[in-house]
Design a protein around this ligand. Structure first.
Ligand code: HEM
Length: 277
């Protein structure tokens, strides 16, 4: 009697599933790289431009609670927030580029320390703006709370990523750093999610564009960081110990999410960021 080993070399093979998962992750990252680079350019041209001209009142074209005459601490929080916004967005992209981790480890370490510090400043300045200007900041109380929870998650992930880097437990550091990147990207996801929705419907459906409240925004405020964080956990588990089927299903999920995100990036670029600069 002869025993037979059947090796599946087709689309159900573990090799194909691993390649599909890596390909989906690369597609996701390219989408994020494109969208966050455009977001950074918008911040630099619009907010840095207004700051260089000393014309902070321009902020108010975009932010209801932008520059307020006489509110020194609040204005410092707003200016710091938008100045650091471009820094954290570009810094996060640099941290994820494999070539920088491999070839320039010192840059990765210093940029990582800066990233953790700036993430802390962003969360605290954002929380300060919400607490001291809650009447003026766009959105409902629910939206404000969801954003503050996003800020708290950023603080937690930043502390854990920093701690495990100090302890030289790099596997755990990598996981917390990825969670930090996703949590930080929540506000960007909110913008592309909203613009994808507007692009899909051609009109503000499910929310009031003046008060910036409504069931759609309430849902989006929470989903923009929870869904990507869940996707990350599923991806990490599938990559580490998933079966071929789990890897394939995850690759399809990440691929579909990336296609939706690409739609949002195009919509936000042409409908929101480019017209403002
Ligand atoms: C960490 C990544 C973050 C980035 C890159 C970021 C970026 C920005 C930008 C660019 C603006 C100006 C509005 C616009 O042009 O789109 C803004 C406004 C604002 N951000 Fe953030 N932000 C971040 C995190 C946070 C967090 C964690 C909070 C809350 C805890 C927050 C609270 C706010 C508030 C309240 C405004 C003013 C909105 C208004 O006046 O209606 N941000 N942010």
């Amino acid at each position: 009697m002869t025993s037979q080993v059947i090796i599946d070399t087709g689309w159900r093979s573990p090799e194909f599933a691993s390649k599909a998962l890596d390909g989906a992750a690369r597609f996701w990252f390219v989408t994020v790289l494109l969208g966050q680079t455009i977001f950074s350019l918008y911040i630099v041209v619009f907010y840095y431009g207004a700051t260089v001209q000393g014309d902070f009142a321009q902020f108010n074209q975009v932010m209801p609670a932008g520059y307020i005459e006489g509110d020194g601490p609040g204005n410092i929080a707003v200016i710091g927030h938008v100045m650091f916004a471009a820094l954290i967005t570009v810094g996060g992209l640099l941290q994820l580029l494999p070539v920088i981790r491999r070839r320039l480890p010192a840059l990765h370490r210093w940029n990582g320390r800066l990233y953790v510090l700036v993430a802390t400043v962003m969360s605290l300045s954002g929380a300060y703006m919400i607490i001291t200007r809650s009447e003026l900041v766009a959105g409902s109380g629910f939206g404000h709370t969801a954003l503050m929870i996003n800020g708290a998650i950023i603080l937690l992930c930043a502390a854990m990523a920093f701690r495990f880097a100090r302890l030289r437990q790099f596997d755990r550091h990598r996981i917390w750093a990825l969670r930090l990147f996703i949590a930080v990207s929540g506000v960007w996801m909110f913008r592309i999610g909203m613009m994808a929705w507007l692009g899909l419907h051609g009109a503000p459906v499910g929310f009031d564009p003046v008060t910036f409240t409504g069931p759609f925004l309430t849902t989006l405020h929470t989903l923009t960081y929870i869904v990507p964080l869940l996707f990350l956990e599923v991806y990490l588990r599938a990559k580490a110990q998933g079966s071929a089927t789990q890897k394939l299903m995850t690759a399809i999920g990440v691929g579909l999410l990336s296609i939706a995100m690409l739609g949002g990036v195009l919509s936000a670029t042409f409908g929101m960021w480019l017209p403002r600069i």
